[in-house]
Design a protein around this ligand. Structure first.
Ligand SMILES: Nc1ncnc2c1ncn2[C@@H]1O[C@H](COP(=O)(O)OP(=O)(O)OP(=O)(O)O)[C@@H](O)[C@H]1O
Ligand SMILES: [Mg+2]
Length: 236
């Protein structure tokens, strides 16, 4: 459904993503993990056609994003929750998108209901908390009822209640059969949310697979530290 095939993205001499190859299982939540600057956002931007790969490909259903017939109906993306017009209400912001994408207006209210933001539908987003903005961004991503969701650090800035909400929300989406790729630099936060993980560091793959197999008895953080140290030792 989603595949990275020797994806490389260089900025000048520096490789933000270096020969990344990975496949994302459908109907599951995959955590795309790694420290700050690991290359997560860059890889996701390549996947969504917002950056062009230096080499390799990032494909959705075997095609680059730019070649999808109806992108909003195939992939919902949240890269940044700051893109809303602050002078418009939550509902108005969503209706701008439905109008542009040729989706029914009624869908805007539906997705607000799904993210439990109906009570704020007629409030301007100017006064929205970060958590509300994140929910609105998720609502926008769901407008086309896509089978695939790509989320870049959706838990950033959320309080424990917001994180717990996000966790059950993502699980619900996956239980509906959707494929979810969600990035985070906070390993502990993702540990109880995801089925599979892809860990990258310095633009390169450290490990990928089911979280249970990778983590074993310890924590995800311990597994990450062990695996990155092993990767360094092999490189030497
Ligand atoms: N447009 C750009 N121009 C130059 N360098 C960039 C650009 N975008 C990213 N980089 C560099 O590429 C590397 C990877 O950045 P990226 O934002 O993909 O990491 P990340 O894993 O998303 O980190 P974070 O957890 O902080 O969001 C960093 O060293 C960054 O400075
Ligand atoms: Mg990032």
């Amino acid at each position: 459904m989603i595949s990275f095939n020797s994806l490389t993205k260089r900025y000048g001499k520096q490789a933000a993503v270096n020969a990344l190859t990975a496949e994302i299982r459908s109907g599951a939540i995959t955590g795309f993990l790694g420290p700050n600057g690991a290359g997560k956002s860059t890889a996701l931007r390549c996947l969504l056609g917002l950056a062009s790969p230096t080499a390799g490909t990032a494909l959705i259903h075997g095609a680059p994003y730019s070649q999808l017939a109806e992108p909003l109906k195939e992939v919902g993306a949240v890269l940044d929750s700051r893109g809303f017009h602050t002078g418009l209400t939550a509902l108005q912001n969503l209706k701008v998108i439905t109008a542009a994408a040729g989706l029914p207006d009624s869908r805007a209210l539906e997705v607000l209901e799904i993210v439990e933001l109906s009570d704020s539908a007629h409030k301007r987003t100017k006064g929205f908390s970060l958590g509300m903005k994140q929910r609105l961004a998720l609502a926008a991503a769901l407008l086309g009822d896509p089978q695939i969701m790509v989320l870049d650090e959706p838990a950033n800035g959320l309080d424990p209640i917001g994180i717990a909400w996000l966790r059950s929300f993502l699980r619900k989406l996956a239980d509906e059969g959707r494929t979810i790729l969600v990035s985070s630099h906070q390993l502990a936060e993702m540990e109880h949310t995801v089925d599979d993980i892809i860990i990258i560091n310095h633009g390169e793959m450290v490990v990928a697979g089911p979280i249970k197999e990778i983590v074993g008895q310890g924590t995800l953080e311990e597994a990450f530290l062990r695996l990155t140290l092993e990767a360094k030792a092999v490189a030497k």
